[in-house]
Design a protein around this ligand. Sequence first.
Ligand SMILES: C[S@@+](CC[C@H](N)C(=O)[O-])C[C@H]1O[C@@H](n2cnc3c(N)ncnc32)[C@H](O)[C@@H]1O
Length: 276
Amino acid sequence: MNALKGSSARKEAPHDISGTNFAAYRAGSVVLDYKNSTDLQPAERAILTSLQSKFRNKRILDIGVGSGRTTSHLLDISKNYIGIDYSPEMIKVCKERYPSVDFEVRDARSLSDIADDSFDLILFSFNGIDYVSHSDRMLILAEIARVLSKSGAFIFSSHNRNAKVRKPWDLSNLRRNPSGGPIFVPTSVLRYGIGIMRHSMRAKFETQTDEYAIINDPGNGYRLLTYYIGIRQQLQQLECAGFGDIQAFNRQGKQMQENEYNCCADGWIYYRCYAR
Ligand SMILES: C[S@@+](CC[C@H](N)C(=O)[O-])C[C@H]1O[C@@H](n2cnc3c(N)ncnc32)[C@H](O)[C@@H]1O
């Protein structure tokens, strides 16, 4: 852990991205975007299907639960479940959707009061780990490895540095009106302008290092500063944090081979690993 702290301090982005991202995940319009989502993504379905018998009735921690998209699927595996998120607004939605389930407003960077070996399966779904600084990411990975039981599994996804990221001025951000009339849908023109405006405020915080990049991407209308990492670098981080038997999956849920790491341009990659 000390060694990780040392390497992260050297490469820290000059701007702490977490303030910008925390504000975004508290915003009413962003919470609304997630409010009714329930479907698992294909890779999540593939990974969870392969693990469900092993983790039946085991202790599950769902970090960055958002509005509870993954909750019902994980409850099917075990009722011994808790969802956490640092956004009180997201947790409020979870509690409305699932009144009898345990949810807590908690920052993934503050797990220190949780005992070692407290959970058997931990998730940080849909790239939630990408919204903290590099040093906080390393802290979170080490803490997850600590609170996970021996042979417990950690599943998450993270943005792929090999992906092409659309700039806000890209015309594909504008939607054409299918029924004739004005060429573009007026709301998409408005969103286009807002996207460019937000980008002009956040672009100065973008960072490129050997290990990772921080990019203002289209997520939630160019509100966020997002961590992007190559597959090899992510595998190294997980090893440093104390995980083993690490496997990367593409967005369709196909297990990736080493020779595919450099050519996969999926927007994000899924990882499944075990505590050692
Ligand atoms: C992209 S959303 C995904 C939400 C949900 N997991 C899903 O798949 O629909 C990322 C979530 O991670 C949460 N998050 C980001 N950083 C966090 C942190 N440090 N601690 C706890 N939650 C965090 C955000 O509030 C947000 O709800």
